[in-house]
Structures are given as C-alpha cells and as structure tokens.
Design a protein. Structure first.
Length: 365
C-alpha cells in the first residue's frame, strides 16, 4: 500500500488523516482498527475525533508509552466492566451490561451522581446531568502525555465539542491549544445519556457529535494548505433492510442515521474544487507564459496574489478516503449497545475492528 505522509517527505504537500467518531463503548472498535493500521505501517499527520473518538485520538497522538497501540488497548481493557457474564449472548450481554452501567457507572469513566457524597438529594433533585466525568479525567491523565501533544513529531490532534449556550462548535487543536484532560473530556458530555458538560474558560461544552460525529470538515478548516488522504472509522451502519417494528427499534435506527458518516458532501465538494483549481492553474500558467506589457504584468501580479490565497492557502483536496465500517450482525435493534462496556464485548469490538480494517486494506494493496 502506498503510504503518503508529510512526516516522511516534507516536500509532499500531503497529510494522512485519521478521523474517529464518537460512539460510547463502540469506540473499542476504533482501537482494533488502529491496531491494524499501525501493523501496516500507516502513520498519521493528523488524528481527529469527538466524544470517545476524541479520547482514542488523544491517546494515539500523546501516548505515555512509545507503543500507542498497546496504550490504547490497555485503556479500553481498563475501561471495561467485569460484572457481566461473558457466556451470555451478545444481545443479552448488551442489555445486562448497559443496565449495570446505567446504575453503577464505570469506575474509570462515568460516576453516577447518586454515589457522590453530599451531592444528591432524592427529595430535592434538580440537576442537568446524571453522571460525573471526573473519573474519566483521571483515567485520561494515566494514558496521555500532554507535553507530547505539543511535540512537532507527534500527530496533530483535533478534538471537537459543542458549546451548550450558543450551539456552535468548539474546536481544540494541539497546534495552537495547550490541550489537557478537560479539553478531551469536553467532547464526551452526551446529554441524552445524562453525561455532564465540561466548563472551560467560561464555556460549557457538550459532545461534539451533537453537531457532527465525523469531524472531517473541522480537519479541513484547521489545515487548509495540505491535500489529504483520509481514513474514517464509521461506527454506525448506513443500511438496514428491515423496517423497525417498535419504538425502541425506531430510536435505534434514527440514532444510527444521525451518527453515521456524512462526509460524502465534503468529498463531492473537494472534487469540484479540485477541477476549478486545475482550470485556474492552467489559465494562470498560460497567462504567465505570454508576453505581457508592463500594465498587464501589474494586473497579473494582483491576480497572482489572489491565486495564491485561493489555490495555495485554501486549496485542500481530499485525494483519497478509506472508510472502515462497523457492521451489525443481522439487524440488531438494541438501542443502548454503545453502553455495553462488558469485557467480553470490548474484546470482541477490538477484534472486529482489526478484522474489518484488514479486509479494507487488502483491497487497497
């Protein structure tokens, strides 16, 4: 497989990008995908994500060890709960584990507020969340070296979140921001599951997936100079043949549609922009090769400046996009499978990610 990366050749105006979605426990699948990408020697200039995808991206970019693959897998095995029996069927395991997590939380991620002393009074409850994220901040500190994120040799990290009050995206970029555990956790406050927002510099931030669960556009805006080869991990199925049979199945299908990869428009626009830029370049080259008088040369200098702004400073083209998509067996309709943190499921998701990524890469060889 051809490997293109500005880390390997600074003369190539080209970046290799990994985009990771949010998806709760399904983020373990992204761990498996990354294991395979790393095994194939694929290095990334930019890693971007939201929610659990943002945590995965942060560990990849700033792993405390020299083996981010092992660090990421250790994180997921540490996040798993071991109370749910592994011998149960996948559906039963998902139901039981999600019920367990909703009541008891996960010790290294989300703590129910009813277990926090002096915080909760059943007779006077009026809070906008059910789960506190302080344990998750501590866990992230155990796995991410924040100084490493500032090292130019590390992949550039882009994390997205949503401002609760103005409804706009809030983007954190290791190229400009001093990222810490609060920035990483800020993208994980999913209100529909009762997970708390994070306050940073007077802003209150929720999950980035509320605006976009596949932050490719944010990568393009943050890094408009280099063309890109993009790997996207899509956790939510696009196609489901069978119609929902009840409300739970309807919610499940709607959730999949809302959170699935929607970057096709960005890809189409990239191709159109590429054609326009190619045409403009040909016209520019033709004019430059012509015998211009002094007046025409001055006018051309103005055009040259505008051309540089358009083609060189804002001329990102997506040269290739590789998608690795998680598949569900049959038409699994359990709404909260992304809250199944049972150890057996986490291990299975990692294996599935490895296997699916291997299939995709084998077709690209």
């Amino acid at each position: 497989m051809q490997k293109l990366s500005i880390h390997n050749d600074k003369n190539l105006n080209f970046e290799t990008v990994l985009v990771l979605q949010g998806g709760g426990s399904l983020g373990a699948y992204e761990c498996g995908v990354y294991k395979t990408l790393d095994k194939h020697g694929i290095k990334f200039d930019v890693v971007a994500g939201t929610s659990m995808g943002g945590i995965n991206a942060a560990i990849i970019a700033g792993s405390k060890s020299d083996e981010p693959v092992k660090t990421l897998e250790d994180f997921w095995l540490n996040l798993a709960e071991t109370a749910t029996p592994s011998f149960l069927s996948q559906d039963k395991r998902a139901q039981l584990s999600s019920m367990f997590v909703s009541m008891w939380g996960t010790p290294n991620a989300f703590q129910p507020i009813w277990f926090i002393p002096n915080l909760f009074n059943f007779l006077n409850y009026n809070r906008p969340y059910l789960y506190d994220v302080e344990p998750l901040k501590k866990t992230i500190r155990d796995y991410v070296d924040f100084e490493k994120l500032k090292n130019p040799s590390s992949p550039r990290l882009i994390i997205t979140s949503t401002d609760v009050q103005n409804g706009k995206p809030s983007i954190f970029d290791s190229k400009y921001d001093k990222i810490n555990e609060s920035h990483i956790v800020a993208g994980c406050g999913y209100p529909f599951y009762g997970i708390a927002w994070t306050e940073i510099s007077g802003r209150y931030l929720w999950d980035g997936s509320l605006l976009s669960n596949t932050p490719l556009a944010e990568v393009i805006n943050a890094s408009p100079v280099y063309d890109k080869k993009v790997y996207v991990v899509d956790l939510f199925p696009h196609i489901q043949e069978n119609l929902p049979k009840n409300m739970m199945e309807s919610w499940h299908r709607a959730r999949d549609i809302m959170d699935s990869d929607k970057t096709e428009h960005a890809i189409r626009m990239s191709k159109i922009i590429s054609r326009y830029l190619s045409l403009i370049k040909n016209m520019r080259d033709f004019i430059e090769s012509s015998n211009l008088d002094e007046k025409a040369k001055k006018e051309f200098e103005k055009i040259e400046s505008e051309y540089d702004k358009l083609a060189c400073q804002r001329g990102t083209i997506i040269r290739e996009i590789i998608r690795i998509r998680r598949q569900e067996e049959g038409d699994s309709q359990f709404l909260f499978e992304n809250a199944d943190f049972s150890l057996a499921t986490i291990k299975q998701l990692i294996r599935d990610g490895e296997k699916d990524a291997e299939k995709v890469l084998s077709t690209k060889s």
